[in-house]
Design a protein around this ligand. Structure first.
Ligand SMILES: CC(C)(COP(=O)(O)OP(=O)(O)OC[C@H]1O[C@@H](n2cnc3c(N)ncnc32)[C@H](O)[C@@H]1OP(=O)(O)O)[C@@H](O)C(=O)NCCC(=O)NCCS
Length: 185
């Protein structure tokens, strides 16, 4: 069963470890923090920043990933979606899709957003497939838009409007509940 809980002070080391995971780092845009002091500074700033909100993804009660929204104080009423499953054994088993549905419900019901958007490296099939399943639409393709570790990569822009999620959420949540990934709604 997948659930979300608020990010808390006790998660600082967990996020540091997950962020070093090669299969996570490969798909994220920035390099991981080089030392704990930098990471802790980022983490402490995150926790008291009203523009950002983070949740730990729980699988059967155990932390397995992190998702967060950025841009919550913007007058644009849209937020940037960022996420990863940090525990390698939890990837590819539906935790991402389930956490995404729970996170989108929070995003649209708690923060008055009209849109959630994300940028995904081309070739990141798990992310692209999971986001398409929730109803995200492709809004752009940016060539050679990302540069990391000496490599340029293309980036896919995705967006999901509030009414698109409202229209889709019933089916998505039902399928996840039938699969035992979330509690019945
Ligand atoms: C992207 C991510 C959050 C998705 O979570 P997940 O739990 O692994 O994904 P799910 O099991 O929910 O599967 C999502 C979809 O990807 C597919 N998928 C899963 N693993 C895959 C793989 N290795 N190759 C291709 N497709 C894959 C699933 O079949 C599913 O597609 P479907 O709904 O059409 O069947 C997770 O893989 C991850 O953290 N990856 C590394 C970091 C990252 O890429 N973060 C996102 C940056 S934008």
């Amino acid at each position: 069963m997948i659930e979300l809980r608020d990010l808390g002070q006790g998660d600082v080391e967990r996020l540091f470890q997950w962020r070093q995971e090669p299969d996570v780092d490969h798909w994220l845009f920035e390099s991981p923090p080089s030392d704990r002091a930098r990471h802790t500074a980022w983490f402490d700033a995150f926790l008291c920043d009203p523009d950002r909100r983070g949740w730990i993804i729980l699988q059967s009660g155990a932390p397995c990933g992190f998702l967060h929204l950025v841009g919550l104080t913007s007058s644009q009423k849209r937020a940037h979606w960022k996420w990863y499953i940090g525990e390698p054994v939890a990837r590819g088993r539906g935790a991402g899709r389930a956490a995404q549905a729970l996170g989108l419900d929070l995003a649209f019901s708690s923060f008055g957003l009209q849109k959630v958007w994300s940028e995904v490296h081309a070739g990141n099939e798990p992310a692209l497939r999971a986001q398409a399943a929730a109803g995200f639409r492709r809004e752009g393709y940016l060539r050679r838009h990302s540069y990391k570790a000496g490599v340029y990569r293309d980036v896919v822009l995705l967006g999901l409007l509030e009414e698109e999620w409202r229209a889709r959420r019933g089916v998505v949540l039902h399928e996840l509940a039938v699969s035992g990934l979330i509690a019945a709604t």
